[in-house]
Design a binder for this molecule. Structure first.
Ligand SMILES: [Zn+2]
Length: 470
Protein backbone atom coordinates (compact mmCIF):
# COMPACT_ATOMS: atom_id res chain seq x y z
CA UNK A 1 0.00 0.00 0.00
CA UNK A 2 1.37 3.35 -0.94
CA UNK A 3 1.07 5.84 1.86
CA UNK A 4 0.04 9.35 1.14
CA UNK A 5 2.55 11.78 2.59
CA UNK A 6 1.91 15.38 3.37
CA UNK A 7 5.00 17.50 3.48
CA UNK A 8 4.55 20.02 6.21
CA UNK A 9 6.94 22.90 5.74
CA UNK A 10 5.90 24.29 9.07
CA UNK A 11 7.55 21.34 10.73
CA UNK A 12 10.79 21.86 8.89
CA UNK A 13 10.84 25.47 10.02
CA UNK A 14 9.88 24.59 13.57
CA UNK A 15 12.55 21.93 13.87
CA UNK A 16 15.31 23.98 12.38
CA UNK A 17 14.48 26.73 14.86
CA UNK A 18 14.24 24.31 17.75
CA UNK A 19 17.63 22.88 16.82
CA UNK A 20 19.20 26.24 17.48
CA UNK A 21 17.52 26.80 20.80
CA UNK A 22 17.45 23.22 21.92
CA UNK A 23 17.78 22.24 25.51
CA UNK A 24 19.78 19.04 25.55
CA UNK A 25 19.00 18.38 29.19
CA UNK A 26 15.41 17.48 28.48
CA UNK A 27 16.45 14.92 25.94
CA UNK A 28 19.24 13.42 27.99
CA UNK A 29 16.60 11.57 29.95
CA UNK A 30 15.36 9.78 26.91
CA UNK A 31 17.63 7.04 25.79
CA UNK A 32 18.52 6.79 22.17
CA UNK A 33 17.37 3.21 22.47
CA UNK A 34 13.94 4.66 21.78
CA UNK A 35 14.99 4.48 18.18
CA UNK A 36 16.08 0.91 18.20
CA UNK A 37 13.20 -1.06 16.67
CA UNK A 38 13.85 -3.92 19.04
CA UNK A 39 13.10 -1.70 22.04
CA UNK A 40 9.59 -0.50 21.66
CA UNK A 41 8.66 0.07 25.25
CA UNK A 42 10.20 3.46 25.73
CA UNK A 43 7.61 6.12 26.24
CA UNK A 44 8.09 9.69 25.24
CA UNK A 45 6.03 12.69 26.07
CA UNK A 46 5.23 13.93 22.66
CA UNK A 47 5.99 13.15 19.08
CA UNK A 48 7.87 16.43 18.77
CA UNK A 49 10.26 15.23 21.46
CA UNK A 50 10.95 12.10 19.49
CA UNK A 51 11.68 13.95 16.33
CA UNK A 52 13.77 16.64 17.98
CA UNK A 53 15.67 13.96 19.83
CA UNK A 54 16.38 12.26 16.57
CA UNK A 55 17.59 15.52 15.09
CA UNK A 56 19.90 15.92 18.07
CA UNK A 57 21.31 12.45 17.83
CA UNK A 58 22.02 12.15 14.14
CA UNK A 59 24.45 14.34 12.28
CA UNK A 60 22.90 16.60 9.72
CA UNK A 61 23.73 15.89 6.13
CA UNK A 62 23.10 18.40 3.39
CA UNK A 63 19.48 19.10 2.61
CA UNK A 64 17.04 17.83 5.21
CA UNK A 65 13.32 17.47 4.65
CA UNK A 66 10.79 16.36 7.19
CA UNK A 67 7.43 15.00 6.22
CA UNK A 68 4.59 13.87 8.42
CA UNK A 69 2.15 11.22 7.45
CA UNK A 70 -0.68 11.37 9.95
CA UNK A 71 -2.52 8.10 9.71
CA UNK A 72 -5.02 8.73 12.50
CA UNK A 73 -5.26 10.73 15.72
CA UNK A 74 -3.17 8.12 17.45
CA UNK A 75 -0.82 6.91 14.72
CA UNK A 76 1.69 9.09 12.95
CA UNK A 77 4.79 8.63 10.82
CA UNK A 78 7.62 11.04 10.31
CA UNK A 79 9.93 10.72 7.37
CA UNK A 80 13.24 12.54 7.70
CA UNK A 81 15.29 12.59 4.55
CA UNK A 82 18.89 13.79 4.42
CA UNK A 83 20.33 14.28 0.98
CA UNK A 84 23.70 15.50 -0.18
CA UNK A 85 27.27 14.38 -0.15
CA UNK A 86 27.03 12.22 2.95
CA UNK A 87 30.18 10.19 2.51
CA UNK A 88 32.08 8.29 -0.17
CA UNK A 89 29.20 5.87 -0.44
CA UNK A 90 25.97 7.61 0.36
CA UNK A 91 23.94 10.37 -1.19
CA UNK A 92 20.88 9.96 1.01
CA UNK A 93 19.59 8.57 4.29
CA UNK A 94 15.90 8.29 5.05
CA UNK A 95 14.42 7.53 8.48
CA UNK A 96 10.79 6.55 8.83
CA UNK A 97 9.85 6.90 12.49
CA UNK A 98 6.48 5.47 13.48
CA UNK A 99 4.77 6.82 16.56
CA UNK A 100 1.71 5.61 18.40
CA UNK A 101 -0.25 7.58 20.96
CA UNK A 102 -0.94 5.77 24.18
CA UNK A 103 -3.05 7.07 27.06
CA UNK A 104 -0.36 9.32 28.45
CA UNK A 105 2.25 9.73 25.78
CA UNK A 106 3.57 9.01 22.34
CA UNK A 107 5.65 5.91 21.81
CA UNK A 108 8.14 5.09 19.09
CA UNK A 109 6.93 1.84 17.61
CA UNK A 110 9.35 1.45 14.74
CA UNK A 111 12.25 3.04 12.92
CA UNK A 112 12.95 2.02 9.36
CA UNK A 113 16.14 3.25 7.76
CA UNK A 114 16.72 3.45 4.03
CA UNK A 115 19.79 4.49 2.08
CA UNK A 116 20.61 5.77 -1.34
CA UNK A 117 24.03 4.79 -2.60
CA UNK A 118 25.98 7.16 -4.82
CA UNK A 119 24.83 6.81 -8.41
CA UNK A 120 21.47 5.29 -7.43
CA UNK A 121 18.20 7.12 -7.96
CA UNK A 122 16.06 5.46 -5.32
CA UNK A 123 16.28 4.56 -1.64
CA UNK A 124 16.63 0.95 -0.58
CA UNK A 125 16.27 -0.90 2.71
CA UNK A 126 19.55 -2.70 2.05
CA UNK A 127 22.62 -0.58 2.40
CA UNK A 128 24.98 -0.95 -0.52
CA UNK A 129 27.65 -3.62 -0.22
CA UNK A 130 31.05 -2.23 0.60
CA UNK A 131 34.18 -2.93 2.52
CA UNK A 132 36.20 -0.80 4.84
CA UNK A 133 39.87 -1.27 5.68
CA UNK A 134 41.10 -0.35 9.15
CA UNK A 135 44.77 -0.18 9.94
CA UNK A 136 46.15 -0.18 13.47
CA UNK A 137 49.77 0.52 14.34
CA UNK A 138 51.53 0.37 17.70
CA UNK A 139 53.18 3.02 19.85
CA UNK A 140 54.12 6.30 18.23
CA UNK A 141 56.98 7.54 20.39
CA UNK A 142 59.45 10.39 20.16
CA UNK A 143 62.48 9.98 22.39
CA UNK A 144 64.91 12.89 22.71
CA UNK A 145 67.35 11.66 20.00
CA UNK A 146 64.43 11.40 17.56
CA UNK A 147 63.35 14.97 18.25
CA UNK A 148 66.93 16.15 17.79
CA UNK A 149 67.11 14.23 14.51
CA UNK A 150 63.94 15.93 13.25
CA UNK A 151 65.39 19.42 13.69
CA UNK A 152 66.16 21.15 10.39
CA UNK A 153 68.91 23.73 10.62
CA UNK A 154 67.82 25.44 7.40
CA UNK A 155 64.26 26.18 8.55
CA UNK A 156 65.11 26.15 12.27
CA UNK A 157 62.03 23.98 12.70
CA UNK A 158 61.15 20.34 13.11
CA UNK A 159 60.05 17.95 10.39
CA UNK A 160 59.18 14.33 11.02
CA UNK A 161 57.97 13.46 7.52
CA UNK A 162 61.12 11.45 6.77
CA UNK A 163 60.19 9.04 9.57
CA UNK A 164 57.19 7.88 7.59
CA UNK A 165 58.50 8.19 4.05
CA UNK A 166 58.45 4.45 3.29
CA UNK A 167 55.30 3.59 5.22
CA UNK A 168 53.09 6.41 3.92
CA UNK A 169 51.56 4.39 1.03
CA UNK A 170 49.97 1.90 3.37
CA UNK A 171 48.84 4.50 5.91
CA UNK A 172 47.08 6.53 3.27
CA UNK A 173 45.73 3.55 1.35
CA UNK A 174 43.70 2.21 4.30
CA UNK A 175 40.26 3.79 4.73
CA UNK A 176 41.10 4.61 8.34
CA UNK A 177 44.52 4.45 10.04
CA UNK A 178 44.78 4.39 13.86
CA UNK A 179 47.80 4.75 16.17
CA UNK A 180 48.69 5.08 19.84
CA UNK A 181 50.12 8.54 20.49
CA UNK A 182 52.47 7.91 23.40
CA UNK A 183 53.58 11.46 23.92
CA UNK A 184 52.10 14.88 24.54
CA UNK A 185 52.16 18.11 22.62
CA UNK A 186 53.02 19.93 25.81
CA UNK A 187 55.18 22.68 24.34
CA UNK A 188 58.82 23.46 25.06
CA UNK A 189 61.16 22.18 26.33
CA UNK A 190 60.75 19.25 23.99
CA UNK A 191 61.85 16.04 25.58
CA UNK A 192 61.57 12.29 25.50
CA UNK A 193 61.53 9.83 28.38
CA UNK A 194 60.35 10.15 31.10
CA UNK A 195 58.08 13.17 30.43
CA UNK A 196 57.38 13.22 26.72
CA UNK A 197 56.64 16.43 24.86
CA UNK A 198 57.02 16.73 21.10
CA UNK A 199 56.84 19.64 18.67
CA UNK A 200 53.27 20.30 17.47
CA UNK A 201 54.35 19.89 13.85
CA UNK A 202 54.44 16.12 14.42
CA UNK A 203 50.61 16.17 14.49
CA UNK A 204 50.50 17.82 11.06
CA UNK A 205 53.03 15.31 9.80
CA UNK A 206 51.01 12.37 11.13
CA UNK A 207 47.92 13.70 9.41
CA UNK A 208 49.84 14.27 6.20
CA UNK A 209 51.18 10.72 6.06
CA UNK A 210 47.72 9.25 6.41
CA UNK A 211 46.74 8.88 10.05
CA UNK A 212 43.06 9.44 10.81
CA UNK A 213 42.65 8.55 14.49
CA UNK A 214 45.02 8.70 17.47
CA UNK A 215 44.60 7.29 20.96
CA UNK A 216 45.69 9.60 23.75
CA UNK A 217 45.02 7.62 26.96
CA UNK A 218 48.30 6.06 28.05
CA UNK A 219 50.75 6.18 30.95
CA UNK A 220 52.31 9.34 29.47
CA UNK A 221 49.05 11.33 29.10
CA UNK A 222 49.83 13.40 32.20
CA UNK A 223 53.56 13.88 31.50
CA UNK A 224 53.04 17.64 31.06
CA UNK A 225 50.09 18.11 33.36
CA UNK A 226 46.99 20.04 32.51
CA UNK A 227 48.59 22.03 29.71
CA UNK A 228 49.96 18.87 28.14
CA UNK A 229 46.52 17.28 27.98
CA UNK A 230 44.73 20.35 26.66
CA UNK A 231 47.46 21.27 24.15
CA UNK A 232 47.54 17.72 22.82
CA UNK A 233 43.79 17.77 22.24
CA UNK A 234 43.81 21.26 20.70
CA UNK A 235 46.75 20.47 18.42
CA UNK A 236 45.09 17.27 17.19
CA UNK A 237 41.81 19.13 16.64
CA UNK A 238 43.58 21.80 14.63
CA UNK A 239 45.00 19.19 12.24
CA UNK A 240 41.69 17.39 11.80
CA UNK A 241 42.97 14.22 13.43
CA UNK A 242 40.28 12.36 15.32
CA UNK A 243 41.23 11.24 18.82
CA UNK A 244 39.88 9.70 21.98
CA UNK A 245 41.03 8.64 25.44
CA UNK A 246 41.61 12.04 27.07
CA UNK A 247 39.21 14.96 27.29
CA UNK A 248 39.35 18.65 28.15
CA UNK A 249 36.54 18.27 30.66
CA UNK A 250 34.10 15.74 32.05
CA UNK A 251 31.45 17.33 29.87
CA UNK A 252 33.48 16.48 26.75
CA UNK A 253 33.90 12.84 27.63
CA UNK A 254 32.17 10.62 25.10
CA UNK A 255 33.02 7.73 22.81
CA UNK A 256 34.41 8.61 19.42
CA UNK A 257 31.89 7.83 16.70
CA UNK A 258 33.20 7.59 13.15
CA UNK A 259 31.15 7.15 10.03
CA UNK A 260 32.99 6.06 6.91
CA UNK A 261 31.54 4.59 3.71
CA UNK A 262 28.25 4.39 5.56
CA UNK A 263 29.75 2.14 8.25
CA UNK A 264 29.51 3.45 11.79
CA UNK A 265 32.29 2.71 14.28
CA UNK A 266 32.32 3.38 18.01
CA UNK A 267 35.82 3.82 19.44
CA UNK A 268 36.93 3.76 23.09
CA UNK A 269 40.37 4.06 24.71
CA UNK A 270 41.57 3.40 28.27
CA UNK A 271 44.91 3.18 30.07
CA UNK A 272 46.03 1.18 33.11
CA UNK A 273 47.47 4.33 34.70
CA UNK A 274 49.44 7.56 34.30
CA UNK A 275 52.83 6.70 35.87
CA UNK A 276 51.63 7.93 39.24
CA UNK A 277 51.06 11.46 37.94
CA UNK A 278 47.75 12.94 39.03
CA UNK A 279 45.05 13.47 36.42
CA UNK A 280 44.36 17.22 36.51
CA UNK A 281 41.08 18.11 38.12
CA UNK A 282 38.25 18.55 35.62
CA UNK A 283 40.18 16.86 32.82
CA UNK A 284 39.64 13.24 31.88
CA UNK A 285 42.10 10.44 31.17
CA UNK A 286 40.10 7.24 30.67
CA UNK A 287 41.34 4.63 33.12
CA UNK A 288 40.84 0.91 32.75
CA UNK A 289 38.19 -0.44 35.07
CA UNK A 290 35.46 -2.81 34.10
CA UNK A 291 32.65 -0.53 35.27
CA UNK A 292 33.85 2.36 33.07
CA UNK A 293 34.54 0.12 30.09
CA UNK A 294 31.10 -1.45 30.30
CA UNK A 295 29.56 2.01 30.57
CA UNK A 296 31.53 3.16 27.51
CA UNK A 297 30.55 0.13 25.46
CA UNK A 298 26.90 0.63 26.40
CA UNK A 299 27.06 4.27 25.31
CA UNK A 300 28.40 3.16 21.93
CA UNK A 301 25.76 0.45 21.64
CA UNK A 302 23.02 3.04 22.07
CA UNK A 303 24.25 4.75 18.94
CA UNK A 304 23.76 1.61 16.86
CA UNK A 305 27.37 1.33 15.72
CA UNK A 306 28.26 -1.42 13.28
CA UNK A 307 31.52 -2.21 15.09
CA UNK A 308 32.80 -1.40 18.56
CA UNK A 309 36.54 -0.88 18.95
CA UNK A 310 38.21 -0.77 22.37
CA UNK A 311 41.88 0.22 22.68
CA UNK A 312 43.59 -0.67 25.91
CA UNK A 313 46.96 0.54 27.15
CA UNK A 314 47.90 -2.43 29.31
CA UNK A 315 50.21 -5.37 29.97
CA UNK A 316 53.79 -5.72 31.07
CA UNK A 317 56.56 -3.90 29.26
CA UNK A 318 58.87 -6.03 27.10
CA UNK A 319 56.90 -9.26 27.68
CA UNK A 320 56.17 -11.03 24.43
CA UNK A 321 53.00 -12.75 25.62
CA UNK A 322 49.90 -11.20 27.17
CA UNK A 323 49.39 -11.64 30.90
CA UNK A 324 46.24 -13.13 32.39
CA UNK A 325 44.81 -9.67 33.10
CA UNK A 326 45.01 -8.73 29.40
CA UNK A 327 43.27 -11.96 28.42
CA UNK A 328 40.60 -11.43 31.06
CA UNK A 329 39.99 -7.82 30.00
CA UNK A 330 39.81 -8.68 26.30
CA UNK A 331 37.22 -11.36 27.03
CA UNK A 332 35.32 -8.93 29.23
CA UNK A 333 35.16 -6.40 26.36
CA UNK A 334 33.92 -9.09 23.97
CA UNK A 335 31.29 -10.27 26.45
CA UNK A 336 30.00 -6.72 26.77
CA UNK A 337 29.78 -6.24 23.01
CA UNK A 338 33.17 -5.10 21.66
CA UNK A 339 34.18 -6.46 18.25
CA UNK A 340 37.80 -5.33 18.12
CA UNK A 341 40.28 -4.95 21.00
CA UNK A 342 43.64 -3.37 20.28
CA UNK A 343 46.39 -3.31 22.89
CA UNK A 344 49.42 -1.10 23.35
CA UNK A 345 52.19 -0.40 25.89
CA UNK A 346 54.45 -3.53 26.11
CA UNK A 347 56.71 -2.04 23.34
CA UNK A 348 57.11 -5.52 21.89
CA UNK A 349 54.72 -7.49 19.72
CA UNK A 350 52.26 -9.92 21.28
CA UNK A 351 49.92 -12.35 19.55
CA UNK A 352 46.68 -11.61 17.67
CA UNK A 353 43.51 -13.66 17.54
CA UNK A 354 40.53 -13.64 15.21
CA UNK A 355 37.99 -15.64 17.17
CA UNK A 356 34.72 -16.94 15.84
CA UNK A 357 32.07 -17.42 18.45
CA UNK A 358 28.38 -17.91 17.76
CA UNK A 359 28.93 -17.19 14.09
CA UNK A 360 30.52 -13.82 14.82
CA UNK A 361 34.17 -12.90 14.37
CA UNK A 362 36.00 -10.82 16.95
CA UNK A 363 39.58 -9.65 16.92
CA UNK A 364 42.19 -8.94 19.57
CA UNK A 365 45.77 -7.72 19.11
CA UNK A 366 47.38 -7.81 22.55
CA UNK A 367 50.26 -5.52 21.62
CA UNK A 368 51.43 -4.10 18.31
CA UNK A 369 54.89 -3.13 19.57
CA UNK A 370 56.65 0.11 18.67
CA UNK A 371 55.61 1.81 15.46
CA UNK A 372 58.42 4.30 15.93
CA UNK A 373 60.75 4.84 18.85
CA UNK A 374 64.42 5.05 19.79
CA UNK A 375 64.27 1.67 21.49
CA UNK A 376 66.95 -0.34 19.73
CA UNK A 377 67.01 -3.59 21.69
CA UNK A 378 65.96 -6.89 20.18
CA UNK A 379 62.14 -7.18 19.78
CA UNK A 380 61.66 -3.45 20.57
CA UNK A 381 62.94 -1.89 17.36
CA UNK A 382 59.80 -2.41 15.30
CA UNK A 383 56.14 -3.20 15.35
CA UNK A 384 53.22 -4.99 13.80
CA UNK A 385 50.33 -3.48 11.92
CA UNK A 386 46.89 -5.07 12.02
CA UNK A 387 45.03 -4.66 8.74
CA UNK A 388 41.35 -5.36 9.27
CA UNK A 389 38.78 -5.71 6.50
CA UNK A 390 35.18 -5.07 7.37
CA UNK A 391 32.52 -6.12 4.91
CA UNK A 392 28.93 -5.11 4.54
CA UNK A 393 26.84 -7.67 2.76
CA UNK A 394 23.07 -7.56 2.51
CA UNK A 395 23.08 -4.72 5.00
CA UNK A 396 25.11 -6.49 7.70
CA UNK A 397 28.58 -5.35 8.69
CA UNK A 398 30.98 -8.07 9.70
CA UNK A 399 34.63 -8.49 10.44
CA UNK A 400 35.94 -10.30 7.41
CA UNK A 401 39.71 -10.82 7.51
CA UNK A 402 42.69 -9.63 9.52
CA UNK A 403 46.31 -9.74 8.42
CA UNK A 404 49.44 -8.58 10.10
CA UNK A 405 52.27 -6.64 8.53
CA UNK A 406 55.65 -5.88 10.06
CA UNK A 407 57.74 -2.75 10.06
CA UNK A 408 61.14 -1.98 11.50
CA UNK A 409 62.54 1.36 12.59
CA UNK A 410 65.80 2.11 10.87
CA UNK A 411 68.09 4.46 12.75
CA UNK A 412 70.30 5.65 9.95
CA UNK A 413 73.62 6.53 11.53
CA UNK A 414 76.05 6.32 8.63
CA UNK A 415 75.23 9.84 7.59
CA UNK A 416 76.14 13.27 8.85
CA UNK A 417 72.87 13.50 10.65
CA UNK A 418 70.94 10.67 12.28
CA UNK A 419 67.64 9.75 10.64
CA UNK A 420 64.79 7.53 11.72
CA UNK A 421 62.79 5.74 9.05
CA UNK A 422 60.09 3.13 9.38
CA UNK A 423 60.74 0.38 6.85
CA UNK A 424 57.89 -1.93 5.82
CA UNK A 425 58.92 -5.60 6.00
CA UNK A 426 58.33 -5.80 2.26
CA UNK A 427 61.41 -3.61 1.73
CA UNK A 428 63.76 -6.17 3.22
CA UNK A 429 66.27 -7.19 0.57
CA UNK A 430 65.45 -4.16 -1.54
CA UNK A 431 67.56 -1.57 0.22
CA UNK A 432 70.95 -3.24 0.09
CA UNK A 433 72.62 -0.05 -1.04
CA UNK A 434 71.36 2.06 1.81
CA UNK A 435 71.48 -0.26 4.80
CA UNK A 436 74.71 -1.10 6.55
CA UNK A 437 75.50 -4.77 7.16
CA UNK A 438 74.67 -4.33 10.83
CA UNK A 439 71.33 -2.68 9.99
CA UNK A 440 70.44 -5.40 7.50
CA UNK A 441 71.11 -7.98 10.18
CA UNK A 442 68.96 -6.16 12.73
CA UNK A 443 66.13 -5.74 10.22
CA UNK A 444 66.23 -9.43 9.38
CA UNK A 445 66.37 -10.47 13.01
CA UNK A 446 63.35 -8.36 13.84
CA UNK A 447 61.35 -9.81 10.94
CA UNK A 448 62.36 -13.38 11.78
CA UNK A 449 61.66 -13.02 15.52
CA UNK A 450 58.27 -11.45 14.89
CA UNK A 451 57.19 -13.89 12.19
CA UNK A 452 58.19 -16.80 14.36
CA UNK A 453 56.10 -15.52 17.25
CA UNK A 454 53.03 -14.49 15.26
CA UNK A 455 52.95 -17.48 12.94
CA UNK A 456 53.11 -19.76 15.95
CA UNK A 457 50.77 -17.96 18.34
CA UNK A 458 48.30 -16.06 16.18
CA UNK A 459 44.86 -17.54 15.64
CA UNK A 460 43.33 -16.79 12.26
CA UNK A 461 45.68 -13.85 11.52
CA UNK A 462 48.23 -14.66 8.81
CA UNK A 463 50.86 -12.31 7.45
CA UNK A 464 49.48 -10.05 4.75
CA UNK A 465 50.87 -8.01 1.92
CA UNK A 466 51.53 -4.33 1.78
CA UNK A 467 49.48 -2.28 -0.61
CA UNK A 468 51.58 -1.34 -3.61
CA UNK A 469 54.07 -4.09 -2.74
CA UNK A 470 55.85 -5.43 -5.73
ZN1 LIG B 1 52.89 2.95 27.64
Amino acid sequence: MKAKFTVVFFFALFFSLSLRSQNYKIYDKISLESFNPSLKKKHIKHSFDAITLWLDSEPFFGKRTIAQNKISDSVSNFIITDEGDIDELLSGIKHRISLKKTEKSWMVTDVIKEWRCKGDTSFSSTLCDTDLSLLFVGDIMQHKPQITAAFRSDSLDYDFLDNFKYITPILSEADLSFGNLELTFGGKPYQGYPRFSSPDILADNLREVGFDVLFTANNHSCDRGEKGISNTINVLDSTGLLHTGTFLSKKDERPLIIRKKGIKLGVLNYTYGTNGLPIPENQVVNLIDTVSIEKGINKVKQQNCDQIIVCLHWGWEYKRSPNSEQVRLANFCFEKGADIVIGSHPHVIQKMELKKTKGKKRFVAYSLGNFISNQRDRYRDGGATALIKLKRESGNVKLDTVNYLLSWTWKEENVEKINYKILPGSLYGKMEDSLSTADRKKFKKFLNDSKKLLDKENIGVPEGHYFNAE
